[in-house]
Design a protein around this ligand. Structure first.
Ligand code: NAP
Length: 296
């Protein structure tokens, strides 16, 4: 298929590379053009502006940091919103607010195009090895057409339904649970340390007994070793997601005290200059609160 791809950051670059490798024809755009260089060398075409990534009835994927970046490439000058029309599909894979998804879906529909939300679970290493989990929601006909593309980027595509916002709220729910797990693991390891239990030993026992899930094994290892650079998922983006969870919760009168706590944890980490660290670096704040010092 001919596909436009916008946003070649840690995730998007690896995902676009997999589309190329699967034999799709790619037209790419990134705000910092140099990130497209190697994809262009491997056969992708470079677009001069977002709108030039796609024809009016074509397919375009976006994988951008946040809601504002996405709005800019859709509704801003040179955006894809002005280009897509009947038959066109915007495949929106960033982690964003459900309300942004609903708004962009309505905008595309008003021009005859379709919008499919397809946020993902999995970090850049999973993106590179096609091990992402993709949460797809949008009009059935559009979902059926784009399924092969999503399958070329991940290990499993969950079909959520016709309302794009539902895919986004599931993604935010998952990220909320990861943040809560980061905090729980950091507190547990810090507590163990005070009793002379090595952080690695604490996680070895817990992940080989009651918590053998990849989340605890992989994130636990990072937190045990205080290994926060380079970031796989930036802490500044973790704060973005805590904010998105709380905004969604507020809009439906759902108290989420743990999310509020994690928002503060990330804010405090940002204030200490850790926005570019991996989001597991929230664990440093736990150690500091306990007077245990930190490795960074
Ligand atoms: P990233 O490495 O920081 O990449 C962000 C991308 O957005 C870059 O291409 C960046 O362009 C672009 N961008 C930012 N602001 C922009 C603007 N105003 N206009 C145009 N482009 C803009 O982030 P990432 O880790 O790939 O994450 C991308 C999305 O995937 C986020 O929504 C994130 O929450 C989600 N996600 C990430 C992970 C993960 O583990 N990393 C996992 C699942 C989902 P430049 O290159 O010019 O800066």
């Amino acid at each position: 298929m001919d596909v436009g791809f916008i946003g070649l950051g840690s995730m998007g670059h690896a995902m676009a590379a997999n589309l190329l490798q699967a034999g799709h024809t790619l037209r790419v755009w990134n705000r910092s053009p140099d990130k497209a260089d190697d994809l262009v060398a491997r056969g992708a075409q470079r677009a001069g502006r977002p709108a030039d990534c796609v024809s009016s009835d074509g397919l375009v994927v976006t994988m951008l940091s946040d809601d504002a970046a996405l709005e800019a490439v859709v509704a801003g000058p040179d955006g894809i919103g002005e280009r897509l029309a009947a038959g066109g599909i915007h495949i929106s894979m960033s982690t964003i607010a459900p309300s942004t998804s609903s708004r962009l879906a309505a905008l595309h529909v008003s021009r005859g195009a379709a919008y499919v939300a397809a946020p993902v679970f999995g970090r850049p290493d999973a993106a590179a090895t096609k091990l992402l989990f993709v949460l797809m929601a949008g009009p059935q006909e559009a979902c059926t057409r784009i399924l092969p593309l999503l399958e070329a980027m991940g290990q499993k595509v969950f079909q959520i339904g016709q309302d794009p916002a539902q895919a986004n709220i599931i993604k935010l729910g998952g990220n909320f649970m990861i943040m809560a797990a980061i905090e729980a693991m950091a507190e547990t390891m810090t507590l163990g340390e005070k009793f002379g239990v090595a952080r690695e030993k604490m996680m070895e026992v817990l992940t080989q007994s009651i918590l053998p899930a990849p989340l605890f094994v992989n994130y636990g290892r990072q937190i045990a070793n205080h290994s926060y650079e380079p970031a796989r998922f930036k802490l500044s983006l973790g704060l973005k997601d805590a904010n998105l969870v709380l905004a969604a919760a507020g809009s439906k009168q759902v108290p989420m005290p743990l999310a509020g706590m994690m928002q503060n944890r990330f804010l405090s980490s940002m204030a200490k200059g850790r926005g570019e660290f991996d989001w597991t670096a929230a664990a440093l704040g736990v150690s500091e609160d306990a007077g245990s010092g930190s490795a960074a």
